[in-house]
Design a protein around this ligand. Sequence first.
Ligand SMILES: Cc1cc2nc3c(=O)[nH]c(=O)nc-3n(C[C@H](O)[C@H](O)[C@H](O)COP(=O)(O)O)c2cc1C
Length: 464
Amino acid sequence: MSSSTSPLLFALYEQASVGCGGAPSLWTHPLDDRLQVNSLDRWRNVAITAEEANLDALFFADVLGLYDVYGGSADAALEWAVEAPANDPFMYVPALAALTERLSFVITASTTYEHPFSMARRFGTLDHLSNGRIGWNIVTSYLSSAARNFGMDEMLKHADRYARADEFMDVFYKLLEGSWAADAVVGSKSQKVYARAGSVRPIKHDGEHFRVDGPSLTSPSPQRTPALFQAGWSPRGREFAAKHAEVILLPKKDPQEIAAGLADIKQRALAVGRPVGEVRSMALARIITAPTAIKAQQKYDELQRNYHMEAQLVSYAGDTGIDLSKYADDEPLTTLSNGLTSYVVKGGTGEKPLTAGDVRKKFADVTRGTDLLFIGTPSDVASQIQEHAAVSGLDGYMINPLVSPGSLNDFAELVVPELVDRGLYSAEPKSGTLRSRLRADGSDLLADSSCGAGFRQGAEVSSV
Ligand SMILES: Cc1cc2nc3c(=O)[nH]c(=O)nc-3n(C[C@H](O)[C@H](O)[C@H](O)COP(=O)(O)O)c2cc1C
């Protein structure tokens, strides 16, 4: 359980899209500027506000296809901008890193559709250029439309996605942790030697999904491997998180349920030799706040007026494969896709099956019933965060802005001072690499007990 007086981690959850995943229709709110998704000025303002507020990171969610399940086409997703358009976060981060000095960036990238060689090269380069301010949200992706964009008829099965992800990680670690020894770069004009050739080794990976000779084309960057984030919730996803993630993202709101999930994942981490302190945790949270309770309620009402359930149903359809446009209220939901079902759809053996009406009821409200919401005066919000963290044991929260940039501004101006007063927020400007801020010992590199460390030159190669 978190000590109630140690600072928590805070990040901003964004997406290079008009209709961000957590708030699909709220770009229609008069104070939202996500229609400016293609403008670097908008993103500069977001990044600079986040940096000035001392947030730990700006997190970019991402998808690789349109939400085309609802009504049998992508029409509604395009009309409502549900996770559309989807610009490439890898293109935003170098620009934003150049406009900031301390803020870190977490990029979502898929092990199912990327190749580990080019990903290692991109992350290695970005880690250099940002002085180690980079994290990777490892996803296996859940949209069939993405599979069809990458030449596949359908998505890989859940277990196959994770098998590929595990091998992807092996290759990634071999390249970034193992192929260049610590002493490889000499960089001496007088000796006329850039790198000691004998210290840079091919990796000769020959696996089921990838064949990569190596070595990495980038020299070792400040963190080598970017800080690793992941959100596995299924048993297989938890196993993956326990093995690889330095920050696990919990898809739940109930603090007891989060505590139980965390305990399970940490137990799994221990079983693969990782001390539990090396596994940090965060959850998405929405915040509605104003100087008085009445004004906070007015903000909520304004959000509700700009919330449109159809956009949410488009989002739900893409996540789960369940097209509610085809279901009457009393019909139980049976069609499960192979996508994001491990927590979005409830019901099954021994439980009353969820009906279409249940889901519509849940989604009638902007808070969607499923989301972690802190609402009230800044002091109320700070107390709710404090209580939630104390019970859940979370190390921090990713703020999912209902209105962008309004929710970030509210957090920075109103809530941060309250959190600082309670010792829950570090007012000191953050410095150093992202990993150094996550690790208790302040190291820039993966812990020696990590899976990736097993691939370093001289280390016993882990059996994975
Ligand atoms: C906070 C959070 C952010 C996520 N961001 C993304 C994302 O940007 N792209 C994506 O494809 N999946 C995203 N996911 C989904 C996860 O990667 C994963 O598919 C999901 O948690 C289901 O876990 P499972 O694979 O164990 O079933 C996110 C999940 C959470 C909780």
